[in-house]
Design a protein around this ligand. Structure first.
Ligand code: BES
Ligand code: MN
Ligand code: MN
Length: 473
């Protein structure tokens, strides 16, 4: 049979032209990304309020300069009435009959952690071995730049009447649990209306293999406080008969896991993830696990992070080493971060974890459990599911941008609570969760970095997707 003379979509001259146009825009994307990374917009830190304002303004300027006709900085209110971090909303109304695409990213970042552990300063972006290092290079300022770059590539060619409608929402407090997002969604109302939502804030299978994220875990953050005494005591005089709070808390926390390191809380939603080829060796290497340290939990490797719950003690308040004396502590507390499987109801999870803690608290210690924050999981397989044609366009765009690589449809263990919130207000929309990270990104950690290959792929894929949705390709 003769070879078809219709070129494969990725060989199509117009595809090549758009890919070249994005490639020519990459130096600017890189420079603008570096400028954003230099703004230390840590949403968890009250002293960073000015930096978050600068960062929102910088993002607004980028979107305006890319050709978005309506750009504003929004300040919504948290439930307690305090002001939320500035978000950026940009809009380009849909031409007659065209769909609208909502592009989401966040411009805030996690705190840098211990400055002395970074190879180069967290807020001074530096390239090493094809990667750009710095806090927020990937999570999620690269997501911002993927949107900006796709718009730079397309808006001039579209003119006022072509293309699709575009709405860009760049949040400024995602890393703090989006406290003012409910108000923002309520007050923006139908200005966020969209047929397709692209959330550029997840991971990829690897630098060379892009992913579409099909599920995300939810998050329940609890403060667990234990009190045993109304004042500290000499540990020699009372130790052995009077329990101290630090030990009681340690015993209580240990009872959250069984001997295999699997979460021991009964009743939480758990399921098995689809098998994809990730070996234990690859996982150990990606994680930087030390020799001889065993993995924890049960079930397939991928279900342990994607479709089963887990819990981590992310912080403790106990006597610091420098202040140690031989004393029985009266109180101690921990922050527990519980990841929830797709399909898990947050209230149910809170009740189950709290009941488990109440049932296992040792020595009759006084226990106080309070919720510090939460975010719902995302289960792409549940609900209306979205449009098959849009999913196909996304697969094609990602694969083409990655030179024909297959696209992994995969769960992720991280949480992007805004996805469930957006689906509440846009029940008919197709949500595409795309990624700017890869297994070596170290988001939230020391030496966070972005693969420049992934930056190119993410910018190219988004431009191809929007062009395809516009019927240009
Ligand atoms: N971008 C991440 C989430 C993520 C990373 C999802 C990689 C999938 C793969 C996001 O910025 C994040 O860090 N989310 C927080 C939750 C938030 C409520 C603080 C998280 O997962 O800890
Ligand atoms: Mn993120
Ligand atoms: Mn993050």
């Amino acid at each position: 049979m003769a070879a078809p003379d219709v070129p494969a979509p990725d060989d199509h001259p117009q595809v090549r032209v758009l890919r070249e146009r994005v490639r020519a825009l990459l130096p600017a994307a890189r420079a603008d990304l570096e400028a954003l990374v230099r703004i230390p917009g840590v949403s968890a830190s009250p002293e960073a309020a000015g930096a978050l304002e600068d960062s929102a303004r910088a993002v607004a300027d980028l979107l305006r300069e890319a050709g978005m006709p309506e750009v504003e900085v929004l300040r919504a209110r948290c439930a307690d009435g305090s002001p939320g971090a500035p978000a950026v909303l940009a809009r380009r109304p849909a031409p007659e009959g065209a769909p609208t695409v909502l592009l989401y990213a966040h411009h805030d970042v996690q705190p840098p952690g211990r400055a002395q552990e970074w190879t180069s300063p967290a807020f001074e972006p530096v390239e090493r071995d094809g990667r750009l290092f710095g806090r927020g290079t990937a999570d999620d300022k690269a997501g911002v730049m993927a949107h900006v770059t796709a718009l730079r590539a397309l808006l001039p060619a579209w003119g006022p009447t072509g293309g699709v409608g575009v709405t860009v929402l760049v949040e400024g407090e995602e890393e703090s649990g989006s406290p003012s997002l409910p108000d923002l969604l309520a007050t923006t109302g139908d200005r966020l209306a969209a047929d397709v939502v692209v959330v550029a804030d997840s991971d990829n299978w690897s630098v060379d293999h892009p992913s579409l994220t099909t599920s995300l875990r939810g998050l329940l953050e609890l403060e667990v406080g234990v009190r045993t005494l109304d004042h500290p005591l000499h540990s020699g005089i009372y130790g052995g008969v009077v329990p101290d709070a630090t030990t009681a808390l340690t015993v209580l926390l240990a009872r959250l896991w069984d001997d295999a390191g699997d979460l021991a809380v009964a009743g939480l939603v758990r399921s098995e993830a689809a098998e994809l080829p990730r070996t234990e060796e690859e996982l150990r290497a990606d994680a930087g696990l030390l020799d001889g340290v065993q993995l924890v939990g049960r079930g397939s490797l991928l279900s342990r992070t994607w479709t089963r719950p887990s819990a981590t003690v992310v912080a403790t308040d106990a006597v610091p080493m420098a202040d140690a004396s031989n004393t029985l502590a009266a109180s101690a507390r921990a922050k527990l971060s519980v990841r929830l499987a797709p399909g898990q109801d947050v209230e149910d999870a809170e009740r189950l974890v709290t009941e488990h803690l109440r049932a296992t608290v040792p020595f009759g210690a006084h226990l106080e459990v309070s919720r510090l924050g939460s975010g719902r999981p995302f289960d792409g397989a549940a609900g209306p599911g979205g449009s098959a044609a849009v999913l196909e366009a996304a697969d094609w765009a990602l694969s083409t941008a990655w030179d024909g690589s297959p696209v992994a449809h995969q769960g992720m263990g991280g949480s992007i609570p805004v996805v469930a919130e957006l689906l509440d207000v846009l029940p008919g929309a197709t949500v595409l969760v795309t990624g700017v990270e890869d297994p070596d990104t170290r988001a939230h950690g020391v030496d966070e970095s972005l693969s420049l290959r992934v930056l190119e792929g993410a910018c190219t894929a988004e431009a191809l997707l929007l062009a395809r949705l516009a019927g240009d390709l």
